[in-house]
Design a protein around this ligand. Sequence first.
Ligand code: NAP
Length: 309
Amino acid sequence: MEKVVIIGTGCAGLTAAIYTARANLEPLVLTGAMPGGLLTTTSIVENYPGFPQGIDGYELMTAMQKQAERFGAKVKFGTVEAVDLSRRPFKLTVDGDPVETQTLIIASGAGHKHLGVPGEDTLEKKGVTYCATCDGALPMFRNQPLVVVGGGDSACEEATYLTRFASTVYLIHRRDTLRASKIMADRTLANPKIKPVWDSVVTEVLDAKQDKVTGVRLKNVKTGAENVLECAGVFVAIGHVPNTQLFKGQLDMDDNGYITRREGSQTGVAGVFVAGDCSDHVYRQAITAAGMGCAAAIDAERFLASSNQ
Ligand code: NAP
């Protein structure tokens, strides 16, 4: 029987792990399919306090894991397949094996949102990708025109990163102003290799018949005009969807699937706490996720202390 199980090893999960480990609760921390979370797919993180020159996302997450393990956190590669939160102890199935726990901290993060247009799924990994840091250096993208879709910080970051490899990066955005933070937006628009394409949406990724990306069909949302833009790769950076499918019907969620919090990090089920991107669609920063992980750990510790009295 575990005292605390933490689902997720992003900033939220690993911070919860550091705090619960230091409270001698020996948390079992389950990585899921993406150990280290979305930050491992980022190049340089410039806004995490304490790193004046920025820090590589993978490096930051590896350091957090080591810090948690130093205090006794048991980080295990494993995916939670089922949960039963109907009574305590809670029951989980992890890669086929049963796990029981007195408290649960859900820090399962979020995944990449898809465009949902023809050609996107068929051509995934054949030119369509959701991570420039992971795939940008592939030979098929070298010295080629590339497309980034989106207008937020992620899209700006991806576009800037891709200028290392691409001949030109077209930034396709459905409006005429970027949503990204001012510093990121200014830096992106000042880059001579990045060409913004405003008020436009991708309606199809071409060419499924050739089994590789040759271009995108674009539609101007103001004029309705359509055209084809040739490119060798499409990098989709249009936001995220929370990884919360597993808890549907057991925890309260908003219409977009984000788990709703009550007081602090508490969910509607006593003993189940939540932290990070799976319950936050407002801030979604590494540092806020870490802060929420800390709060969830303190809430779980206090819950255990009061329920064992
Ligand atoms: P985001 O801020 O939600 O931006 C998503 C962008 O995609 C928006 O510009 C949105 O357009 C567009 N979009 C959404 N759905 C679309 C669709 N179906 N078709 C076309 N365009 C679509 O997401 P994000 O950029 O991934 O950022 C998420 C969070 O992480 C933010 O809080 C951001 O600050 C943070 N982040 C920070 C950094 C950093 O500071 N270094 C880096 C990456 C991310 P509209 O603008 O019209 O809504």
